[in-house]
Design a protein around this ligand. Structure first.
Ligand code: PEP
Ligand code: MN
Length: 358
């Protein structure tokens, strides 16, 4: 289908390879969801559980917070380590955290699976080097005013220490626009996919600054080819100690996870080769089919009600033949017999369910 020629991975760098954070791969065929509250705070273990249940596969666990306002909550510091350990234990998920200073790294590495260099620290080359030397995966966020070249140069500081486990994270840049916290540079995604073999993820939370905009920016990022999303999520965002306005609920996170899977299934070809990989991809396709079938059944239900009210006949064999012929054209591998078999079953099921509900 035409859509497969639009896929961002078609322009992917020839040496692109995934980076592993614990068991989670960033840069494979799936979009990795990293999520959790902005900061580790009392209650973090419950927050982590809710985030994991919503479908995240890596947790945010920041105990040190770079805050613009010195009077704001600065993070739990070393007091948060126990919470990190417990969250990792109960969810079984890997955790990433941000060191603000070189001294934080030696301790943090005992409690987390990956390090994040925040936007404010992207230019801190000694910190980049120290993070690199742990050998752990390092997420390098883009500074608010960094060009792609400056950002890639920061990533090279990690690579040149012999650590190739680097992930780039776009989090919005500072522009003249003040309606959003930052301006998400979606263009960076396809450009970087051609220019570097490093996976690229997107943080829609710090770009938007408002929870209601996070789903749209997440979908834009995935459609543009992002390998992952870093999203702030809090089960009780009103009481979040940090960045409360931009934290989405676990329910919204689960919807983003589901929509992301659908978008990936529809817009990116599967690179699966082994039986297990193919089965995973087939499961994704079946989930997409299920969503579409539900939607089709609902629409058929609306048509049936209109027909019943008008006293018109329910079945329209000519229309059914047209529908089947269109599917046969769009899915040539099915062949016309295959398309007829599938669509007869689909149409019958939709009509029967609609009638039962009418
Ligand atoms: C964060 O992700 O915790 C953060 C502070 O974001 P940024 O460094 O992108 O501002
Ligand atoms: Mn935040």
């Amino acid at each position: 289908m035409v859509i497969t020629s639009l896929i961002p991975s078609a322009t992917r760098h020839p040496r692109a390879r995934p980076v592993a954070i614990g068991d989670a791969l960033i840069g494979g065929s799936a979009v990795t969801i990293i999520s959790g509250p902005c900061a580790v705070e009392p209650g973090y273990v419950a927050h982590a559980r809710a985030t994991a249940a919503a479908g995240a596969t890596v947790l945010r666990g920041c105990v040190y917070k770079p805050r613009s306002n010195p009077e704001s909550f600065q993070g739990m510091g070393a007091q948060g380590y126990e919470l990190l350990d417990e969250a990792r234990h109960v969810t079984g998920l890997p955790i990433i955290a941000e060191p603000l200073e070189i001294e934080h790294i030696a301790e943090l590495r005992r409690h987390v699976d990956g390090l994040m260099i925040g936007a404010r620290s992207m230019h801190n080359t000694p910190l980049l080097r120290a993070a690199a030397r742990t050998g752990m995966p390092v997420i390098v966020k883009r500074a608010m005013s960094a060009t792609l070249d400056e950002w890639l140069a920061a990533a090279r500081y990690v690579l040149l220490e012999g650590n190739d486990q680097v992930v780039l994270c776009e989090r919005g840049i500072r522009t003249f626009e003040t309606a959003t916290r930052n301006t998400l540079d979606v263009s960076a995604i396809p450009v970087l996919r051609e220019r570097t073999d490093l996976p690229v993820i997107v943080d829609p939370s710090h770009a938007a600054g408002q929870a209601s905009w996070v789903p749209s920016l997440s979908m834009a990022a995935v459609a543009a080819g992002a390998d992952g999303l870093l999203i702030e999520c809090h089960p009780d965002s009103e009481h979040a100690l940090c960045d409360a306005a931009q934290a989405i609920s676990p329910v919204t996170l689960a919807e983003i996870v589901r929509a992301t899977e659908l978008l990936v299934t529809l817009a990116r070809p599967s690179a699966a080769t082994t039986v297990d990989q193919c089965r995973e991809a087939i499961d994704g396709v079946d989930s997409a089919l299920a969503v579409l079938l539900e939607r089709r059944a609902a629409l058929v239900g609306r048509v049936e009600r209109i027909k019943l009210d008008a006293g018109a006949p329910i079945r329209d064999r000519r229309r059914e033949a047209e529908v089947t012929a269109r599917v046969a054209r769009l899915a040539p591998h099915l062949g016309s017999d295959g398309a007829a078999a599938v669509m007869t079953a689909v149409i019958d099921a939709c009509v029967t369910t609609a009638l039962a509900g009418a």
